[in-house]
Design a protein around this ligand. Sequence first.
Ligand SMILES: Cc1cc2nc3c(=O)[nH]c(=O)nc-3n(C[C@H](O)[C@H](O)[C@H](O)COP(=O)(O)OP(=O)(O)OC[C@H]3O[C@@H](n4cnc5c(N)ncnc54)[C@H](O)[C@@H]3O)c2cc1C
Length: 532
Amino acid sequence: MNREDHIKKLKTESFDVLIIGGGATGSGTALDAATRGLKVALVERDDFSAGTSSRSTKLIHGGVRYLEQAVKKFDRSQFNLVRDALKERAVLINIAPHLAKPIPLVTPLYNWLEVPYYMTGLKLYDGLAGKANLRASRFVDAKEALERFPMLKPEGLRGGVIYYDGQFDDARMNVSIALTAAQQGATLANHVQVTALYKKEGEVAGASLEDTLTGETWDISAKVIVNATGPFSDAIRHLDDPEAKPMLSASSGAHIILDNRFSPPETGLLIPETEDGRVLFLLPWLGHTLVGTTDNPANIEENPRATEDEIAYILRHVHKYFSIPVAREDVKAAWSGLRPLVSDPDAADTAKLSRDHVINTSASGLITIAGGKWTTYRKMALDTVDEIERVGKFAHNTSLTEHLKLIGARQFIPQGAGKLQEEFGLEPDTASYLHRAYGDQAVKVAELIKQGYAERLATNHAYVSAEVIYAARHEFARTSIDILARRTRLAFLDAEATLKAVPVVASLLAQELGWSPEEKTKDIARAETYFN
Ligand SMILES: Cc1cc2nc3c(=O)[nH]c(=O)nc-3n(C[C@H](O)[C@H](O)[C@H](O)COP(=O)(O)OP(=O)(O)OC[C@H]3O[C@@H](n4cnc5c(N)ncnc54)[C@H](O)[C@@H]3O)c2cc1C
């Protein structure tokens, strides 16, 4: 079934649950609910993962920083949060091994006194992970730290601590979760927004929807409605109750992309103390170097952008720790995401902002799930579906998502890239990229390459035109932005190459989806505004 088939069902059927928002949280909730036998609908205003979920640091982590706070404040609930996230880290790597993998991270230490502090902390991190630990943390001397991360400034380096976390492709993971939900029976559509909620006998019972690509509108009914709109949670809560107390504030987190000279292929760096007392990560990602993030109060908007101040801040820290020069011209792309900081409006202490998730059910039964982090999306979904069962008076069923492999993972063999290369005569970089991005579905993309969709979307990048066709047919992609930002990740890696690729992608989509010349021009204009 493609997007239009799903839309037909959204127009004609009624549902047990309607989920608003197709980020990690909404898509995860759709998947969990579908595996528990509920009849699920999900609508996403923009594209799956268009919000915060494609703009993360791409780490699957318990949060070493949160652990530090837990120790300093001796806060048991923070310890539990870290422990739960470490368990989820292992689950995510197991259910989507093509998109997620362990990554060693070096913390450079320039002062001997720091060594016992960081070693103790990271051993505690390993201990909290228990059986789910990826590999043991260890101290390395200055020589090994430099072998692992040769770009570090050697002067005064005493050594480093290496620990392990997970790393992933967030947008592709999000799309895989949504597609797996569809496979489990959920009905979903991107580019469909909720514009109003309606009630029956005081209970939310449905919503008005608008297809943002065609302008069509219709109503949908559902026994339970879930608000999983991340930074936009309060806007949906106000549709339910214009007097609802806000539960959310946002801070922006910017990242920059440098080329692969700035990181070794398999090791990341944790800069332990920034100017404003936080940590900064520098990670190899998709053949480039990702550095971030910042933390500044922000307005809630749909496409937040990294500011020049944020970019300068990140570059200053790279410069401080690196022996090779880095300049503004080295920045190939920069993006920003909104971190929703939530407080439960019904809790006594509303001033306390939490990085944990909050589930709030309004007097009319609207369930809002907000906060948390990517790593814990599955746990958040599980808690939300428990609440859906309670509010909708559905029988309780056990969640099946802990061991449910996502699309692409079922027949995935880690060493499969070679076979793909041989069988389809692919270039090595394309084979290994497709293998990781699509897992066992890569053969379907390779077949399209064989049929002639072999053109590269950008020089020096592995992305090929076959992916545009595959994404339009099988992954709900309907705009050039969907393709360039979230099915491939070109927009997150290389801003200049992305702008050049827009007309190429639009032509392929126009042909595949039967667009008129006006529709194609509109798509190009929209993409150019978005990426400029
Ligand atoms: C800078 C930064 C770095 C981060 N790094 C990490 C990390 O490394 N690891 C980690 O575990 N976590 C990380 N996080 C946290 C993680 O990214 C978020 O917790 C997660 O992505 C939130 O997902 P969500 O689905 O709740 O929200 P979102 O992804 O924002 O999804 C909400 C969706 O709702 C849609 N929507 C809004 N209004 C409507 C409407 N009216 N109708 C239909 N749809 C609507 C939006 O278009 C959006 O797609 C990071 C966060 C930030 C900001």
